[in-house]
Design a protein around this ligand. Structure first.
Ligand SMILES: Nc1ncnc2c1ncn2[C@@H]1O[C@H](COP(=O)(O)OP(=O)(O)O)[C@@H](O)[C@H]1O
Ligand SMILES: [Mg+2]
Length: 338
């Protein structure tokens, strides 16, 4: 391996413009070989577009990037042999079984018939799909497809794997399985670049995280570094009377010294806290001011709070659970895909 292979990805000033939308607006990323790197951001932030450029599926309008030292434009063919991208392989044929799909895909990757069968059985076992192996793909649940998709991307054992929101919409159990699989991939020598809308996912998996918003990296660091930028815990208050939200916000600003996120309809307010103990002082103040609290909890900072702290605006327009519908249609035509 050349010395540059210390870095699985090095990107400088990547730009992608769609019409007058600067979807990716000067993104820098450095992913060390053998690590998990998380790109964290809300819908429409530019995560998929960034990954597609790095995976040579979309031509950048500006900037440069290398994969294990190979330029994504000038050496696209080499780059393609070093990467796996999920979301492209799983459904070779909907009417074929999971085994048949994997065998077919293995054969397309140049494995012998015997090797293809052995590899497919191994992967189905590893991904907990052995029992469903004979069923046609069209009967697979979303979570099963996602796992089969990840399995397919491993047939060629790529050194760098791009996972675009691998667990969005999955139930907690399947999500935990995906996390285990991702950890195992890295333990066996792969580098993973994943995108996510979930702070806890980045927290659990990623060695380093880039927070991306409106096409720009607004923060980069370890999960601990990001969280300490918004306080180590987060206070959630539900007021008995939503009319008191503004006064509660001012009390929080005064006592805790931080800005809070308001959800007017639900009468909810969340605020980052560097010190969970200071909640006592706040409660005393709220009582003095006659602001009744219906519910109170102290939790991990939410993605919304990280966003508010970093960007000055909320990550999502909805209730903040990160499941807002995509800004565009999910399956967009890539006119300039090569
Ligand atoms: N092929 C495309 N044509 C036009 N606009 C696009 C295309 N792909 C993405 N966009 C726009 O670029 C922005 C970033 O999208 P995307 O990279 O998919 O964000 P994310 O993956 O973070 O949700 C969005 O505003 C989206 O609507
Ligand atoms: Mg996306």
């Amino acid at each position: 391996m050349p010395p540059t292979s210390d870095w699985a990805v090095e990107a400088h000033g990547l730009v992608k413009v769609f019409g007058d939308n600067r979807a990716v607006d000067g993104v820098d990323l450095s992913v060390r070989t053998g690590t998990v790197y998380g790109v964290l951001g809300p819908n429409g932030a530019g995560k998929t577009t960034t990954i597609r450029m790095l995976a040579t599926l979309l031509k950048p309008d500006g900037g440069e990037a290398t994969v294990f030292g190979h330029d994504i434009r000038r050496e696209a063919q080499v780059v393609r042999q070093l990467i796996g991208v999920t979301g492209q392989y799983a459904s070779v044929d909907e009417t074929l079984s999971a085994t048949e799909n994997l065998v077919l895909f293995s054969r397309l990757n140049g494995l012998s018939r015997a090797d293809a069968r052995r590899k497919s059985a191994e992967l189905l076992e590893e991904f907990g799909l052995s029992e469903a192996a004979k069923r046609p793909l069209k009967n697979f649940s979303g979570g099963m497809r996602r796992r089969l998709d990840l399995a397919a991307s491993l047939i060629s054992q790529p050194p760098l794997i791009f996972l675009d929101e691998p667990t969005t919409g999955l139930d907690p159990r399947t999500r935990a399985q995906m996390w285990d699989t991702i950890r195992r991939l890295v333990a066996t020598g792969s580098t993973v670049l994943l995108t996510t809308q979930y702070l806890d996912e980045a927290d659990q998996l990623a060695d380093r995280i880039a927070v991306i918003d409106r096409g720009v990296v607004v923060a980069e660091g370890t999960a601990d570094e990001l969280k300490s930028s918004v306080g180590s815990s987060s206070l959630l208050l539900k007021l008995a009377d939503a009319a008191n939200l503004e006064r509660a916000r001012l009390a929080i600003l005064d006592v805790l010294g931080v800005e809070s996120v308001l959800t007017p309809e639900a009468g909810r307010i969340t605020a980052p806290m560097s010190d969970a103990d200071s909640v006592t002082d706040l409660l005393l103040r709220l009582r003095q001011e006659g602001i009744a609290v219906a519910e109170l909890s102290v939790q991990q900072p939410t993605l919304d709070e990280v966003f508010l702290a970093l960007t000055g605006h909320a990550a999502t327009d909805d209730d903040g659970d990160g499941d807002a519908p995509a800004a565009g249609t999910p399956e967009r035509e890539l006119e300039d895909a090569r």
